[in-house]
Ligand binder design. Structure first.
Ligand code: IVH
Length: 675
C-alpha cells in the first residue's frame, strides 16, 4: 500500500471513531459494542505506530475521553456532603469565630483551635469501606445524593482498595478530593480548560479504562458515616488517615487565634504559585469534634467550618455593552459584557455591575476601560473605571425604568435601614413577568430544587423560546415527539430526558416549597414550613389567614417571609400552577423527626439568657428531642423557660394562662441533663 492509501484508510477509521464517540457520549446510543469500539481504537493506534507520518487530532492517543456520562446510578449519602461558607478577610474570620463563641456561649476571649487545610480545587468524593474493603465510591452530586462512580475511583492509585489497620473502623465513609496535578494536566492534550474540569470529566467517564489513563490523585480530609470511630479531634483524624494509608495535604496545620490563621494564609498564598496542585483558599475546621457536634449546620454548610479564599485576580478590559438581567425575584441586575479576558486561568466575558446606584456612583459607561476582579467562584465584578482612557463621545448610562415585560419598576423601602433599596425591581408578578418566569423555571429544575438532569439553564431557555414550557407544570407535560424532531435531539436523548423528568415526579415537601422560588423562602425556611404544615394539602390552604398566622408562629419565619408568602398566594397564576402541579406530582409528606424524643409534642419558649448555652443551641437541643419552639405566649405554649433577666411581660402572660414556668435546671431535668 502506498502512503496515500494508508492515510485514506487511517482517516476513514478516525472518522468512524468520531461518529462512534458522538453516538456513545452525546446521544448515549452506542453504534457498536465495547469490543468493536476498542478494536477500532487498537487498529488506529497500531497504524499510527507503524506509520509515523499519520497524525490526527482525534487520535485516541490525543483525546482523553470525550464527554462525561450522565447516566450513573444515584445513591443517597448516609451523611450529606455539605459545602462551605466563604470568608475573604480578617473581618469575616472574626465574625466566624464570634458567631461560634456566641452560639456555644463561651467566654468572649476563648480561642478556638482550628485544623487549617489548604483547599484543593478538585472534585470531592466519598468512599465507603466495610471491614476494610472499598465497597462504593460516590461523587458529591447535590450533597444528599451522589453518583456511583466506584469503578472510576478504583483506578486512582492513591485510593486503597483494602485497609488492614487494626483500628480502621468496621464501617466508614472516607471523604476527600480528587484532582490532577498541574504538571500532569499539561502533559495531556485534553479538551478541558483547567485541571479541575479535567478531573471532573475523567471521573465521569462511562468506561473506567478511560479514567485509568488520567493520573488522578486523591487526598483525604473528612468522613461521612463512621461506626465506632473513637477520635476526638480533626487533627487526630488526619493523623489516623495517614496511618491507614491515605494521602494528606502536606500543608495541613493546627492553629489557634485569628492572627495566626492570617499569618498561615499569607504564607501558603505565597507558596501557591510553586505548588503542583491548584488551591483556592484554606479550610478552617473547629478541631474538637465535641464542639463541631454542638455547632451543627445551617442549610447545607456546617457552622464549624469556613473556606478562607485567596485574594482576587484582576484584569483590564473594555465594556462592550451593559445588559439588564432580571432575576428570579424581579431584581434588575446590570451586567457588563466585556471583551473576553483570561483572569487567573478563567475566561471572563461578563462582570456584574451590581445595581443602578453602583453604576451611578462609579459612573460606569459603555466603552469604558475597566478593572475587573475575580475571586474564586464568586461572579467577577467591575472594580473601577480608567477615566483617562474614556472616549470623548461617551455618554452616561441611562438605567431603564421599565422591566422588559412592560411593567414599571420600583425601589422598595427597607423597614430596617429606613432607606430605599439600591436594587430596582419588577414588582413580583411571578409568572406574569416573562423574565421572572424564565428564571423561576431555571430555579425550579435546579440542583437543590427538582434537580432534573439534562434540563439545564440553556435547555430551559431554549424550550421557553420555543414556547414548549411557560409554567412549571409544562415540564411534566412536554411534547416529546416534537422535541425529538428538533435539532440536537434524537430518540435516545429524548428518552433520557423523559426518564429524568419522570423520576422527579415524586418529591419531598420541603424541596417542593423551595422549588417554587418564593422570595425570601430559601432551603431553611422551606424546611421549617414543611415541618409545620406536614402535608401539601395544608400548603394549599395558606391563603387562609389562620394558616398564615400559624406560620408566623414558627421560630425562624418572620414578617418578611410571611408577607412574601401572602403575596405569592394572592397571585392567580401561582394558584393555578399549584393546582396543576398537584395533578402531576407526588409530594411526600414532611418527614417528621421521630417524635419519640423526651420533649415530644411539647412547645417551649425562652426568655432571658441561659448559662453556658446560647439561645440557638437551646433551640436545637429542644428540637433534637422532638419539642418545638414557638414565638408567642399563647394557649399553645406548654413551657416558658426563664434564664437570667427574663422579660417580665412574658412571665406575666404565661402566669395568666397557667403555663408552666421552668428555670434552666428544671428544663434540663426534662432532658435528663442536669449538672
Ligand atoms: S471539608 C464540611 N476539607 O471544598 C465540610 N473540604 O466547599 C466540607 N475541599 O466540597 C468538606 N479541601 O470539594 C473539606 N480540606 C478540605 C477541603 C475541602 C477542599 C472542597 C470539597 C468541598 C468543598 C466545600
Amino acid at each position: 500500500m502506498n502512503n496515500k492509501k494508508i492515510e485514506k484508510k487511517y482517516n476513514k477509521k478516525i472518522k468512524e471513531l468520531i461518529r462512534f464517540n458522538k453516538l456513545y457520549y452525546d446521544k448515549s446510543n452506542p453504534a457498536v459494542d465495547d469490543n468493536q469500539y476498542d478494536e477500532l481504537k487498537k487498529e488506529i493506534l497500531s497504524l499510527e505506530k507503524k506509520y509515523k507520518f499519520l497524525k490526527n487530532e482525534n487520535s485516541p492517543l490525543k483525546i482523553v475521553g470525550y464527554k462525561p456520562s450522565k447516566n450513573f446510578k444515584k445513591v443517597i449519602h448516609r451523611v450529606p456532603m455539605l459545602s462551605l461558607a466563604n470568608a475573604f478577610d480578617e473581618k469575616d474570620l472574626k465574625n466566624f469565630e464570634k458567631r461560634m463563641i456566641n452560639y456555644l456561649n463561651l467566654e468572649n476571649d476563648f480561642k478556638i483551635e482550628f485544623s487549617a487545610e489548604p483547599k484543593i480545587d478538585g472534585i470531592s468524593a466519598s468512599l465507603t469501606y466495610k471491614n476494610g474493603k472499598l465497597i462504593t465510591g460516590l461523587s458529591r452530586g447535590d450533597g444528599s445524593q451522589g453518583e456511583d462512580i466506584t469503578e472510576n475511583l478504583k483506578t486512582i492509585k492513591d485510593i486503597p482498595h483494602l485497609v488492614k489497620a487494626k483500628d480502621f473502623p468496621d464501617e466508614i465513609d472516607i471523604r476527600g478530593e480528587v484532582y490532577i496535578q498541574n504538571s500532569d494536566f499539561k502533559k495531556f492534550d485534553t479538551k478541558f480548560a483547567n485541571p479541575r474540569n479535567a478531573a471532573s470529566g475523567s471521573l465521569r467517564q462511562k468506561n473506567s479504562e478511560e479514567t485509568k489513563k488520567i493520573p488522578l490523585k486523591f487526598i483525604a480530609y473528612t468522613f461521612g458515616y463512621a461506626k465506632d470511630l473513637s477520635i476526638n479531634t480533626q487533627s487526630e483524624y488526619l493523623k489516623k488517615l495517614g496511618q491507614w494509608g491515605f494521602k494528606l495535604n502536606p500543608f495541613n496545620k493546627t492553629i489557634t487565634g485569628i492572627n495566626n490563621l492570617l499569618k498561615n494564609h499569607d504564607e501558603v498564598e505565597k507558596k501557591r504559585k510553586d505548588l503542583d496542585f491548584d488551591i483556592d483558599g484554606i479550610v478552617y475546621k473547629v478541631n474538637q469534634f465535641k464542639l463541631q457536634k454542638r455547632l451543627g449546620s445551617v442549610a447545607n454548610a456546617p457552622r464549624w467550618a469556613i473556606a478562607h479564599k485567596f485574594s482576587a485576580n484582576y484584569g483590564i478590559s473594555e465594556i462592550m455593552n451593559i445588559e439588564i438581567q432580571i432575576g428570579r425575584t424581579g431584581a434588575l441586575t446590570p451586567v457588563a459584557k466585556i471583551k473576553p479576558i483570561n483572569i487567573g486561568g478563567v475566561l471572563v466575558s461578563n462582570a456584574t455591575l451590581h445595581n443602578e446606584d453602583e453604576i451611578k456612583r462609579k459612573d460606569i459607561r459603555i466603552g469604558d476601560i475597566v478593572k475587573i476582579e475575580r475571586a474564586g467562584d464568586v461572579i467577577p465584578h467591575v472594580v473601577s473605571v480608567d477615566i483617562d482612557k474614556r472616549k470623548e463621545k461617551s455618554k452616561k448610562f441611562v438605567f431603564p425604568q421599565k422591566c422588559p415585560c412592560g411593567f414599571d419598576t420600583i425601589k422598595e423601602f427597607n423597614n430596617i435601614t429606613k432607606k430605599f433599596d439600591a436594587v430596582r425591581r419588577c414588582p413580583d408578578r411571578g409568572f406574569d413577568c416573562d423574565k421572572i418566569a424564565k428564571e423561576r423555571l431555571k430555579h425550579f429544575v435546579s440542583k437543590e430544587a427538582f434537580n432534573i438532569d439534562g434540563l439545564g439553564k440553556k435547555i430551559v431557555e431554549n424550550f421557553w423560546e420555543l414556547k414548549l414550557i411557560r409554567l412549571p407544570q409544562d415540564i411534566f407535560n412536554l411534547d416529546y415527539n416534537k422535541i425529538e424532531k428538533m435539532e440536537g435531539w434524537g430518540r435516545q436523548s429524548v428518552s433520557n430526558l423523559k426518564y429524568s423528568i419522570d423520576t422527579k415526579k415524586k418529591i419531598s415537601f420541603d424541596r417542593f416549597i423551595y422549588s417554587l422560588g418564593i422570595r425570601h423562602i430559601g432551603l431553611e425556611s422551606a424546611k421549617l414550613i414543611s415541618k409545620n404544615l406536614k402535608k401539601f394539602k395544608n400548603f394549599l390552604k395558606i391563603s387562609d389567614q389562620k394558616k398564615l398566622y400559624e406560620l408566623s408562629n414558627i421560630d425562624g419565619i418572620g414578617d418578611t417571609q410571611i408577607c412574601s408568602i401572602e403575596n405569592f398566594f394572592s397571585n392567580k397564576t401561582n394558584l393555578k400552577v399549584l393546582n396543576e402541579l398537584k395533578k402531576v406530582l407526588i409530594i411526600d409528606d414532611a418527614i417528621v423527626d421521630k417524635n419519640d424524643g423526651l420533649l415530644s409534642n411539647k412547645t417551649f419558649m425562652l426568655t432571658g439568657k441561659l448559662e453556658g448555652m446560647s439561645r440557638s443551641e437551646a433551640k436545637s437541643l429542644i428540637e433534637k428531642n422532638s419539642g418545638s419552639i414557638i414565638s408567642n405566649v399563647s394557649k399553645k405554649l406548654d413551657y416558658l423557660i426563664i434564664g437570667n433577666k427574663p422579660t417580665k411581660r412574658k412571665i406575666d402572660a404565661a402566669k395568666e394562662l397557667n403555663i408552666k414556668i421552668l428555670n434552666q435546671n428544671e428544663w434540663l431535668q426534662l432532658l435528663n441533663k442536669t449538672s
